[in-house]
Design a protein around this ligand. Structure first.
Ligand code: RFL
Ligand code: PHB
Length: 392
């Protein structure tokens, strides 16, 4: 098998890259180790930045998103029983975000790819990337019980944090910057209308809580729990009781309960692998970097990477110049480090840590008070949350 761009992974990064390349007249093959249903139902991100929404529309993948997605013009910060709304368009000159789940983005991109794009093979596991430094990189993979080879001009690892592409970087080239946190998120999906029309990020002495949503009738909620917690250790009523405590206000706001249909625990990690290019092998999305989910940046960063890469590949095709491919890593890393910084700030602003002292708790409240009282601080948050420009 032979193609111009071999893409490993059919998450949002791999699927969108295939679509952008198709639109630029560049052929590709996508290899995905899991089956279609798994990829379409894996519960993850919920928030699309303005720039991500614009990219999906321009790629011809925005039709259902525009019909079913929920435009959000702000978030609520909740602390010390107080509620503070951050008004995005008012602070950023008109920007907002969209609530449209990653599962739905993937369904839309898969349908487009199967209808109009190049081959997308499910249950095709990449085993190894070979010859990244040669002119002809190859991906060895297993599909339908047989081993095969995909010969490419370029290989892109969009295979997430646990993928194989990163392993093809020589040890002497790779630099890893990493931080783990002593807490995790217990996430639930519940068949109940969201108790607020915007997301609520709550700081409480008992820990962080987040109210989000998937639709007008489905809520998505998260609770900070100790790292290593087993989701099944929490009974449904215990989860609702704890959410209720952490979202407490001094007005008459109430948390509505409903049947919980899914429960899972997500560890929290910050991680960056530098560089993101080795010869003709490129990394994009979670394969190269992870942010804790508090800033809602992971999926949006993946989109930024593949837009940058698709532009660079199209530029090379049109002009013969590899210039943009050579600067791909440094271009992406500037934006990635801004998102790492913001995700870290949001995480440490809102979570309690086992080693925290009462002094740390007071500092968090002072930081939150500053955002609630000083327009410059609030604008800083609103600009980062709604998204950094793609070329920064
Ligand atoms: P993915 O989605 O992990 O996809 C990688 C794909 O590669 C496949 N794969 C392989 N295929 C072939 N051969 C191999 N050897 C392979 N190894 C792996 C995998 O099966 C998979 O299909 O990475 P991608 O495309 O880079 O996308 C990144 C996003 O998924 C991730 O950053 C976000 O979900 C992070 N995230 C959020 N991001 C946001 O922008 N906004 C949010 O609100 C948000 N909330 C979240 C999140 C992530 C969460 N979890 C569960 C980590 C909330 C949570 C709880
Ligand atoms: C989600 O809806 O899953 C979600 C929203 C905002 C975040 C993280 C996750 O910061």
């Amino acid at each position: 098998m032979r193609t111009t761009v071999g893409i490993i992974g059919a998450g949002p990064a791999g699927l969108l890259l295939a679509r952008l390349l198709h639109n630029a007249g560049i052929d590709s093959v996508v290899l995905e180790s899991r089956d279609r249903s798994y990829v379409e139902h894996r519960q993850r991100a919920g928030i699309l930045e303005q720039g991500t929404v614009d990219v999906l529309r321009a790629a011809g993948a925005g039709e259902r998103m525009d019909r079913e997605g929920l435009r959000h013009d702000g978030i609520e910060l909740r602390f010390a029983k107080q509620r503070h709304r951050v008004d995005f368009p008012g602070l950023t000159g008109g920007r907002s975000v969209m609530v449209y789940a990653q599962t739905e983005v993937c369904k839309d991109l898969i349908a487009l790819q199967l209808k109009e794009g190049g081959p997308l093979l499910f249950e095709a596991e990449a085993l190894e990337v070979e010859g990244a430094e040669s002119g002809r990189p190859r991906v060895r993979f297993r599909h339908e019980g047989r081993e095969d080879v995909l010969e490419c001009e370029y290989v892109v690892g969009c295979d997430g944090f646990w993928g194989v592409a990163r392993k093809a970087f020589p040890a002497g080239l790779s630099r890893v910057f990493e931080r783990t946190y002593p807490y995790a998120w217990l996430g639930i999906l519940a068949d109940v209308a969201p108790s607020h029309d915007e997301l609520v990020y709550a700081r409480h002495d008992r820990g962080f809580a987040l109210l989000s949503m998937r639709s007008p009738s489905v809520s998505r909620l998260y609770l900070q729990v100790p790292a290593g917690t087993d989701a099944e250790a929490w009974r449904d009523e215990e989860i609702w009781d704890e959410l209720e405590r952490r979202f407490e206000t001094d007005d008459d706001w109430r948390l509505e309960r409903g049947p919980i249909t899914q429960k899972s625990v997500t560890p929290m990690r910050s991680y960056v692998h530098e560089p993101m290019r080795h010869g003709r092998l490129f990394l994009a999305g979670d394969a190269a970097h992870i942010v804790p989910p508090t800033g809602a940046k992971g999926l949006n960063l993946a989109v930024g990477d593949v837009v940058t890469l698709a532009r660079a590949l199209a530029h090379e095709k049109e002009t013969g110049s590899p210039e943009l491919l050579e600067t791909y890593s440094t271009t992406c890393l500037r934006r990635i480090w801004q998102a790492e910084r913001f995700s870290y700030d949001m995480t440490t602003l809102l979570h309690t840590s086992p080693e925290d002292t009462p002094f740390d708790a007071r500092l968090q409240l002072a930081r939150l008070g500053r955002i609630a009282s000083f327009r410059a601080a609030e604008t800083d948050l609103a600009e980062a949350y709604t998204g950094f420009p793609l070329d920064v």
